[in-house]
Design a protein around this ligand. Structure first.
Ligand SMILES: Nc1nc2c(c(=O)[nH]1)N[C@@H](CN(C=O)c1ccc(C(=O)N[C@@H](CCC(=O)O)C(=O)O)cc1)CN2
Ligand SMILES: NCC(=O)N[C@@H]1O[C@H](COP(=O)([O-])[O-])[C@@H](O)[C@H]1O
Length: 216
């Protein structure tokens, strides 16, 4: 297997990024490296985590694109995504990991990376087809408390245009019970612990599949 270059996209605290960083020497294939961490939010603590691990970082700011294309939000997002894709391709990235990246990626991003043979995966804190989009944990908790569901989960999936509907690499069901899971803060902590394991295993599976597709 060739050395693997990862780019990790974040928006927040970066605990899932940290799980990947911590897994580099042990669980992920040898010669796997994170070449860059990119955040769409300047204050993302994950940028600090990356710097502490001597990983290159970039704050990719959508606001400046919205100012440049002030009356054209669609154009702003397209140009933002084009430049994000260009940056990743220039890094020679093999696998992109969306680890709490709160930005819907357009075809301006997905197209060039697909042509470049770059794999893109995402961590979603729900099961496939369940609570797609943002705030999935809160929505799952409400559905549980309303008696609509008895389980949620964590999924690592390939990223396609339709948000959170790409082919799963890994799904971890999480049964929900009363009163243990009534408290949302405790449930979030429980889900985050599962995420931290799932993101490492999902990244490992994506790396293996990436090189298998290339005959390695
Ligand atoms: N085209 C795709 N883009 C993204 C996917 C995907 O599967 N296909 N996964 C997401 C991650 N994600 C859920 O797992 C997600 C992130 C953000 C949003 C969203 O509504 N974003 C808003 C902005 C919200 C904010 O800034 O707080 C937006 O982009 O307008 C939905 C789902 C990564 N992208
Ligand atoms: N739709 C994507 C989404 O909601 N992702 C969520 O963002 C958080 C990132 O945490 P982190 O910044 O500590 O890794 C994670 O809890 C993950 O479930």
């Amino acid at each position: 297997m060739s050395p693997t270059k990862l780019t990790v996209l974040i928006s927040g605290s970066g605990t899932n990024l940290q799980a990947i960083i911590d897994a580099l020497p042990t669980t992920l294939p040898a010669e796997t490296n994170i070449v860059r961490v990119i955040s769409n939010r300047k204050a993302a603590y994950g940028l600090h985590r990356a710097s502490k691990a001597n990983i290159s970082t970039k704050y990719h700011n959508l606001v400046s694109y919205k100012k440049k294309y002030e009356n054209d939000e669609k154009r702003a997002r397209e140009e933002y995504d084009k430049d994000l894709a260009k940056m990743i391709l220039e890094d020679g990235t093999d696998v992109v990991v969306c680890a709490g990246f709160m930005h819907i990626l357009s075809e301006e991003f997905l197209g060039p990376l697909g042509e470049g043979g770059v794999s893109i995966i995402n961590l979603h804190p729900a099961l496939r087809g369940q609570f797609n989009g943002a705030n999935a944990i809160e929505r799952a908790h409400k559905a549980f408390m309303d008696g609509e569901i008895t389980q949620t989960g964590v999924m690592i999936h390939y990223v396609i245009s339709e948000v959170d509907m790409g082919e799963p690499l890994l799904e971890v069901p999480i049964p929900l019970t009363h009163p243990d899971d009534d408290d949302i803060a405790a449930l979030e902590e429980r889900i985050h612990r599962i995420e931290h394991k799932a993101i490492v295993e999902g990244t490992r599976l994506a790396i293996e599949a990436h090189w298998k597709k290339r005959g390695q």
